[in-house]
Design a protein around this ligand. Structure first.
Ligand code: SF4
Length: 310
């Protein structure tokens, strides 16, 4: 594995320039030792990815976005995760493949990209033909997308903020809307829209892009702007997942905002606009989502919904 990119790390827009091989940490809080908080056949993604056998999901520890409300705060902002050598990472991925999952799903892979790229290439050399999925906050360096696309089949980016001031408040980078849009444009240009589109998951996705947006309580205007922006840039064929599952996390109290779930009325305002603009390939979350997929990374299997499938 080539760890040169960790030496003066500029893998993400934070541009820390720290030597992670020497054990230094930048904003993502991770050294060059890969840490994984969970590797599981996961049923909490959209049916296009979970199908009937689950999405082979590797949750990487740390995050470069560090939104204070992160629903995976134990791993993105906390300490959860086990250090894995590259060979152990490979073995872990092989274990997921052996379970018959529909894809390998790398969650927050940006800051461990040298490991993930190496892993993808090794698995392909071994004949693993499953789609590889890049599951991300949307906070990317646009110039890195081509590298990702060389080994990745499916991009699953969030588009969190159209409102730069909200991005500044939540993740301390007002550049998010601009950077996320530039990266997303490259993802779509290189991979197209998610294909095949089967919202029931009988035929799982093989390639392309689906954009997620998590509606935040009291921030409907941001969500409406996201939807309008995506429509303007990509038209109504862009596959979307509009999520209602937000739950207040410990950081919300500390920041004195986002301290409640999203109301049905707020969520409906967003989905009404999605319908009005003619988006046809859309995942909508009934109610306010299920707590079955609210993770507890202190458990061996963090998701109750996955434990129930075992
Ligand atoms: S990956 Fe981590 S250390 Fe590297 S630039 Fe991003 S936040 Fe900084």
């Amino acid at each position: 594995m080539n760890d040169a990119l960790y030496r003066e790390c500029r893998l993400c827009p934070r541009n820390c320039g720290v030597d992670r091989v020497a054990g230094r940490r930048g904003v993502c809080q991770e050294t060059a030792v890969c840490r994984v908080a969970s590797a599981t056949a996961h049923f909490g993604e959209e049916p296009s990815f979970t199908g009937t056998r689950g999405s082979g999901t590797l949750f990487f520890s740390g995050c470069s976005s560090r939104c204070f409300f992160c629903q995976n705060h134990q791993i993105s902002l906390g300490e959860s995760g086990d250090a894995l050598t590259p060979d152990e990472l490979l073995e872990t991925a092989r274990g997921l493949v052996a379970k018959g999952v529909h894809n390998l799903n790398f969650v927050s892979p940006d800051h461990f990209w040298p490991h993930v790229e190496w892993l993808c290439r090794r698995l392909r050399e071994e004949g693993v033909a499953l789609p590889f999925l890049f599951n991300t906050s949307g906070y990317q360096k646009p110039e890195r997308v081509a590298d990702y696309a060389a080994v990745i089949d499916i991009f699953l980016p969030d588009f969190k903020f159209a409102d730069a001031s909200l991005a500044q408040l939540c993740m301390r980078d007002a550049r998010y809307p601009e950077m996320a849009m530039e990266a997303l444009t490259k993802m779509v240009a290189l991979k197209g829209f998610l294909f095949p589109w089967d919202p029931e998951g009988r035929e799982t996705a093989a390639r392309g892009v689906l954009v997620r947006h998590l509606v935040l309580p009291g921030c409907v205007e941001n969500s409406l702007s996201v939807v309008r922006l995506l429509h303007r840039e990509f038209g109504p064929e862009l596959p979307l997942s509009i999520m209602s599952q937000f739950r207040p996390m410990p950081g919300c109290r500390e920041h004195g905002m986002l301290e409640r779930p999203v109301s049905e009325a707020e969520y409906e305002q967003v989905t009404d606009l999605v319908a009005e603009l003619g988006f046809a390939q859309v995942y909508i979350q009934p109610g306010s989502g299920s707590d079955d997929f609210l993770p507890d990374f202190d458990e061996d299997e963090p998701f109750e919904g996955n434990r129930n499938r075992a």
